[in-house]
Design a protein around this ligand. Sequence first.
Ligand SMILES: *Cc1c(COP(=O)(O)O)cnc(C)c1O
Length: 465
Amino acid sequence: MKYISTRGGVEPKSFEEVVLAGLAADGGLFVPQQLPEFSVEEIASWSGLSYQQLALKIMAPFVGDAVPEKDLQRLIDDAYTGFRHAGVAPLVQTGHNEWIMELFHGPTLAFKDFALQFLGNLLDYILAKRNQKVVVMGATSGDTGSAAIEGCRHCKNLDIFILHPYQRISEVQRRQMTTVLADNIHNLALHGNFDDCQNMVKASFADQSFLPEGRQLVAVNSINWARIMAQIVYYFWASLSLGGPERKVSFSVPTGNFGDIFAGYLAHKMGLPIEQLVIATNQNDILHRCISGNDHSTKPLQQSLAPSMDIMISSNFERLLFDLYQRDGDEVARLMAAAKAGSMKLNDDVLAQARELFSSYRCDDAGMVEIIRDTFAESDYLLDPHTAIGLAAARHCRANQDTPMVTLATAHPAKFPDAVRRAGYPCDPPLPSHMSDLFEREERCTVLDNDSGAVQQFMAENIVS
Ligand SMILES: *Cc1c(COP(=O)(O)O)cnc(C)c1O
């Protein structure tokens, strides 16, 4: 399988190259040249498989001969054995044909573990094979950093440097990163805000001359293709658990960078019968405005109680546009330039086509708090703020009561005590037992000025792998 850029400006690349590359050289994102497609009969034949076995069926065609199947199965098994639920992604019923898929049983209690536990293993495997070592660098405002660190803690062929804004992330989120004490894990707290961290990462990718000879930077944010690929699996999993593929299923997805829901779109294109994909946003609602009213204009970022969805522009939306515009890279480049300059308008027929599958809803902090409170009162089930927004959107957008509607639960409520308390819950929701001593564990972190010379010098001097 080969991969091409959404802006059409690079030669097709191999799976390995794409996993190590991040962005394409023309500024676009990598997508498969051709998607694998499965018949309804073939999907139905997978109904008895474990999550790990199903993951192999779905990922193998994308990986191709980069990893032999026997090895790929081992990488997948290793990725999901650390999940603290035998079902890996269990479903919980919250109403008639209404379900929540719990994606927070991984080590950092958010769905990002699904992709990053696997990506860490995959990177280390590919690097060992190539006899190569790399440096992973990323910025985080919360969930991505901890999931990336957990995913890379056992890797022998890479160092990982994660930048977070000093004293501007929650204590649970900070401790989830800083208490991982492996030598190849480097937490940097930057005097500045999240944008400063992100700009530092961007500048470092643009000029990597500060790295020792032979090293390159690797990105593990959601532009990395392997992350999207790993997320396709649980859409098939949910469908097979609920009577699919003979029966259609719908999904509501709390959305930030559009990575998670784009994986659902790919599942649909690969042959999974999906009736609706609901884009759920908080008050940072650019995607809702785009789908509902063709208004993709940027607005200042608003801090919300569902911070993992606080984005101005969703990077993976570009991957959907590439498809909707018949894979015309020039057209996508033009659209993304318009989006960056402040406003992008879609063609009417493109928008109409998108709306056949996608609908959208915006739920602000007040609406989110209300649904956490009501759901807990009705059924003792405690939602995290992101999942609550997903459930609100599911109920609002649902077209057909006979089709199961699955809301993706993207985080455990203990990660976001502020929102949960705001909903009237009397205390901080308890962390699962394997993390109950988080607040006693030793932390390791280096505080640095917002100065690229200082950060890059620290990195160059502290690589251990
Ligand atoms: C990252 C994240 C999201 C948004 O996912 P995208 O793939 O960026 O759309 C939603 N909820 C939680 C808890 C997250 O960590």
